[in-house]
Each structure stands twice: as structure tokens, then as C-alpha cells.
Design a protein around this ligand. Structure first.
Ligand code: F0G
Length: 455
């Protein structure tokens, strides 16, 4: 097979930080061993998130200059609205400053105490917004998703039998149903078109609105084209149109597949709900033709939503993620299989079996990757999802993962090769790593501001 190369050349460069281990040690300690609290100038390879990290294209920067910053009715909004409508086909396009702002507006209008919102897996901000309103964020992903070695091609799928049952039993308290594409919280795994059709059928039969969390829609549609029988001949754009047509609206963080640094939107078909959403938008985000964005953000998103459907780009994107996973596996580090679209998830439990979940093996590994190589990653395990049960006992997360999320169009193959080398060196002395104790646990989203010390 020919080498799949980065389908772009580089026009502007940024130097990488090159600190010593000692310098990183001091900074990590000051940060309470929380990589979100480490200054970015200490990070050499920043794989904390793929969100808002994209390198924008010349066409996006040109659009930024074209932006019309009029407070109301700007031409940029019209271009943005047209781009979103062309992609999703929904009637109402409501710009927000990022994905969680769209979630907050949607759930403050729909969730009440006792509401239940089913999904494959809710992302953490989605879950927090639902729970903040007194609702239950219910994950119904298929059982295969919790086995990191299971190579099911669509591990993001919803368990349709369980969905049917929940809809039957709790319809009265179900203001809407969701599916996250791709399923970030369970390994960046895609959802099949067949499964989305099934969810749509079940929810529509019960009159439950279906909202997609679609921030990585293009990567999901690429996997449908690659892996689902009968889809190879269709363009990704065509598949995307069908995917959106199965739902009644979407929340989108533009910071992922819209290839921008800031922006997002809520799109809906329901006229009444959209009118109420616009009223709330004005309270916290801004006038409906800019939401929480500047016009230049809207312009960049409009171009990004188009560029991301380029199949050369999507092929490179999926291949470069898989390349990182293969390299780590060769270095003896187990990863969630098959690799997802935007990230590689290391199985920290498999690498550090001597560290129990209540001592956060994922966080311990993330800290060591940073100390050793300046690699910043993110724990997705018991820091993020661990709980205290009613009896006070610790309830660990389903898996102890460390996510290396790959910014779009930012790092080259030699960067990835070096990361593989450094991670391999850490893995070679895995048995010497020690667990952590949480010294501060905030009530919401503990991974952002929690603090740790050696156990
Ligand atoms: N939904 C999913 C599936 C996400 O991955 C994110 C963000 C959001 C919603 C919220 O969007 O950040 O624009 O408010 N995920 C980032 C991540 C933060 O690192 O995975 P946002």
C-alpha cells in the first residue's frame, strides 16, 4: 500500500517546548498532578484534547478576513447558516460559543427533575448539564464497548433492545434521546448507520425527539463508509446527510470536525423549541445571528464544515490515528481496539495492574508520560467517572483509560514516532509507577480542577 501522507503543506510553524524532566516535575507538583493545570509552555506534545486545536487552512484564514462583524443579520451568519443547513438539513441554526453552550440551552429547556435522557454514552459536559437540571443521563452503549480488546467495528452502537425497553417504561419522563457520534467517552468509537436508523425508528415511533451530539460526525461517517456493508460507494457527504436526516436536531462543538478553535451550534427542526432556545441564547450567548461567536468564527466554521468532508483528509486522519495505536501496541502498550477517529486510548489497567482503580492508574500513567516526555494526555477512568456509592464505598469507572487525542492537521508522522518511542520507554518500567490519592475533588467535572498527591 502506498504511504498515506499529510494532505497539506505547512505555512506557519510554532516551536515545541523542550523542558527538562526536573523542570516538568516542579510544574506538575505545583499543578497538583493535574495536567489541565500545567502551563502549556511546559508541554512538548499536546494530546490533551483534539478540541479547538486544529490548524486552520488558508481558505479558513481568508474567510476570517472576509467576516462581517455586524451585530445583527451579518453576511457571515448567512454563510454559516447555509453551510450548516446544507450539511444537516435542519430548519433552525443557532450559533453558540462551543458545544456545551448548545447543550446547556437544550437541556435547560427540556430536562426536569426525574427526566431521563438515553444515549450510547453521554460526554462529560452533556452528562453534567443533564444532571444539573435534575435529570438522569443514561448510557445504553452495546456490551462490546466495555471490552477494550473487542474489535467490533461499531463499538459506539446503542443497545437497541435496552433502548426499546427504557422508552416503553419511561416515555413519560423522556424529553429527548441522544446518540454521540463518534462515541468519545467509550473510545472514540463510531456508530453504524444501521444502528442510527434503529434508534431513529424506536424514538420516532414513541414520539421522542432524537438529537445527535454530532461534533465528530465526519469521522463517524468515514468509518461508516469504510466498515459498513453497502456504504463504500457513497460519498461521506451523502452518508452525513442521511445520518442527520434520521434525527430532529443536533448539538455540535465546532472545535472538532468543524476544524476551528472556537465555535459551535444547536440545530433543530422544532419551531417552538428553536424559538425558546433563541430567547435563552440572548440571555447568555448573544443575538441569534452571532450567538457566542464572532463573525470570523462563523466564517471559519462554515469553511471547516466543508473541508472536513474531503475524503483524502479523512483517510489521512483515520490512518494517522491507527498508526499511533499500532506503534504503541508494538511497544507493549495495550490500546482500545479498533482505534477510534480522534484519539488513541491506552488501557492503563492492563499496563499498571498493580495500581488499584481507587489509586487512579490512568492519572498515574498520564503524569509519567508528561514527566518523561512532555506528552500531555487525559485520564478517562476513575478520576472522571469514579463515584462514592451510598455506603461511601468507591465505585470505579468501567475502564481505566488514558486518551491521546490528536489535534487535526497539527502533528506530523515524526512527532508521532517520537511519542511512540517515549511511551515505550515509560512502558518498559511500568511496574515502578505508583498510584495517586485525590486531595481535592470538586462536585462537577472533577478531572478539570481536581488535585492529587502520591498514594
Ligand atoms: N460532546 C462531545 C462528544 C465532546 O467530545 C465534547 C467536547 C463536547 C460535547 C463539548 O464540546 O468542548 O465545545 O463545549 N470534548 C472535548 C474533548 C472537550 O476533549 O473531548 P465543547
Amino acid at each position: 500500500m502506498p504511504v498515506i501522507y499529510e494532505p497539506f503543506k505547512i505555512k506557519t510553524v510554532e516551536a515545541l517546548a523542550q523542558l527538562t524532566r526536573g523542570e516538568r516535575e516542579a510544574l506538575l507538583e505545583q499543578a497538583g498532578r493535574n495536567l489541565f493545570l500545567v502551563p502549556a509552555q511546559a508541554v512538548t506534545f499536546d494530546f490533551l484534547t483534539d478540541s479547538g486545536q486544529a490548524a486552520m487552512s488558508t481558505e479558513q484564514w481568508a474567510a476570517v478576513m472576509r467576516a462581517d462583524e455586524s451585530y445583527a443579520g451579518s453576511r457571515s451568519f448567512q454563510r454559516f447558516e447555509a453551510a450548516v443547513r446544507e450539511l444537516c438539513g435542519y430548519r433552525h441554526v443557532i450559533p453558540t460559543h462551543q458545544g456545551r453552550a448548545a447543550e446547556r440551552i437544550l437541556f435547560s429547556l427540556t430536562v426536569r427533575k426525574g427526566s431521563v435522557i438515553p444515549s450510547n454514552c453521554h460526554f462529560d459536559t452533556t452528562r453534567a448539564n443533564i444532571e444539573y437540571g435534575g435529570g438522569e443521563a443514561l448510557d445504553l452503549v452495546i456490551a462490546e464497548a466495555s471490552d477494550p480488546r473487542n474489535r467490533h467495528p461499531f463499538k459506539g452502537n446503542v443497545d437497541l433492545e435496552r433502548l426499546e425497553r427504557v422508552v416503553r417504561e419511561r416515555r413519560a419522563n423522556m424529553p429527548l434521546g441522544m446518540v454521540t457520534i463518534t462515541n468519545n467517552s467509550a473510545g472514540g468509537q463510531p456508530v453504524s448507520l444501521e444502528n442510527l436508523r434503529g434508534v431513529s425508528r424506536i424514538l420516532r415511533a414513541a414520539g421522542v425527539p432524537f438529537i445527535l451530539d454530532a461534533c465528530r460526525f465526519a469521522e463517524n461517517c468515514w468509518f461508516i463508509k469504510q466498515r459498513e456493508s453497502g456504504q463504500a460507494h457513497r460519498s461521506v457527504a451523502e452518508i452525513a446527510r442521511e445520518v442527520f436526516s434520521l434525527a430532529d436536531g443536533c448539538t455540535v462543538s465546532g472545535k472538532k470536525d468543524a476544524l476551528v478553535n472556537m465555535g459551535g451550534f444547536l440545530a433543530l427542526n422544532d419551531d417552538e423549541l428553536a424559538a425558546r432556545a433563541r430567547n435563552l441564547l440572548i440571555l447568555t450567548e448573544g443575538f441569534p445571528t452571532y450567538g457566542g461567536c464572532s463573525a470570523r468564527d462563523l466564517e471559519a466554521m462554515a469553511v471547516g464544515l466543508h473541508e472536513v468532508l474531503d475524503e483524502r483528509y479523512l483517510e489521512y486522519r483515520a490512518q494517522s490515528t491507527a498508526y499511533l495505536a499500532e506503534g504503541l501496541e508494538r511497544a507493549g502498550i495495550r490500546t482500545v481496539q479498533p482505534p477510534g477517529g480522534h484519539a488513541v486510548y491506552i488501557d492503563a489497567h492492563a499496563l499498571l495492574p498493580h495500581i488499584p482503580p481507587e489509586q487512579f492508574p490512568g492519572q498515574a500513567l498520564a503524569c509519567e508520560l508528561f514527566l518523561h516526555g512532555g506528552i500531555r494526555s487525559c485520564e478517562i477512568g476513575s478520576v472522571m467517572f469514579g463515584k462514592r456509592g451510598e455506603d461511601g464505598a468507591f465505585v470505579p469507572a468501567r475502564n481505566e483509560l488514558v486518551r491521546l487525542a490528536i489535534p487535526r492537521r497539527v502533528y506530523t508522522q515524526s512527532h508521532v514516532d517520537r511519542v511512540i518511542e517515549l511511551a515505550g520507554e515509560v512502558a518498559a518500567r511500568a511496574s515502578t509507577l505508583r498510584g495517586l490519592r485525590m486531595t481535592y475533588r470538586p462536585p462537577y467535572l472533577p478531572h478539570f480542577t481536581g488535585r492529587f498527591e502520591p498514594a
